[in-house]
Design a protein around this ligand. Structure first.
Ligand code: CO
Length: 211
């Protein structure tokens, strides 16, 4: 069996098992999608959102990219946020990073990763610059990377709050709450880093009037 055939084979086993456990499983999910959570996570294959949170199909709406960034000119991400907030009416957005993130490490190095990756990683370098003093006081390299992972998650949560899209939902429907979490590859546990409840005050510079 070729490696990709193993995936198809496992899929057939999974579908049969789901049906055996619950004969209405697929039927129920067919017509409605009402997830409560939007998850913005890293593309890293070791951080599968549904497995680490024990959620079933239909429970979380997911967007993943390198180093779980919220870039407000990213049409892909912003479309996902728009759909999740304005159509699915989700109540919580989780930005989840992970310690030892390769994207964060790459951005902290001086290596040239060529055009497209350099463009993406530049967003992370800007965060390092803002927090340079704190980060450079940490002598241990692994600890410095891990603190940067936490600071990145915080900044991405702030990036969500800076959008008119989130501010409009906050003022009209008092949702969603924003959460910044970090997953630890060593023990499989998630550590909450930051929480911004709907309506939290933000730097006035980023506040939109007449929403
Ligand atoms: Co990563």
């Amino acid at each position: 069996m070729k490696p990709y055939e193993v995936l198809l084979n496992d899929n057939r086993h999974w579908a049969a098992r789901k049906l055996a456990e619950d004969p209405t499983f697929f039927e129920r999910l067919l017509h409605v999608q009402t997830p409560e959570f939007l998850w913005i996570g890293c593309s890293d294959s070791r951080v599968p959102p549904d497995q680490i949170t024990q959620t079933e199909p239909g429970e979380i709406f997911i967007h993943r990219n390198v180093a779980n960034l919220v870039v407000n000119t990213d049409v892909n991400l912003m479309s996902v946020v728009d759909y999740a907030v304005n159509h699915l009416k989700i109540k919580h957005v989780v930005v989840c990073g992970h310690y030892g993130c390769g994207g964060i490490k790459a951005a902290m190095s001086n290596e040239d990763f060529n055009q497209v990756l350099n463009m993406w990683l530049r967003n992370i370098k800007d965060i390092y610059r803002i927090h340079r003093k704190e980060l450079e006081s940490i002598k241990d390299e692994e600890k410095r990377v891990n603190r940067m992972v936490e600071l990145n998650v915080k900044e991405q949560v702030f990036n969500l709050a800076k959008t008119a899209l989130i501010q409009r939902a906050w003022s009209s429907e008092q949702r969603p709450d924003l959460h910044g979490w970090v997953y630890d590859l060593h023990d499989g546990l998630i550590k909450p880093i930051v929480e911004m409840k709907a309506g939290t005050d933000i730097d006035p510079l980023y506040e939109f009037e007449d929403l």
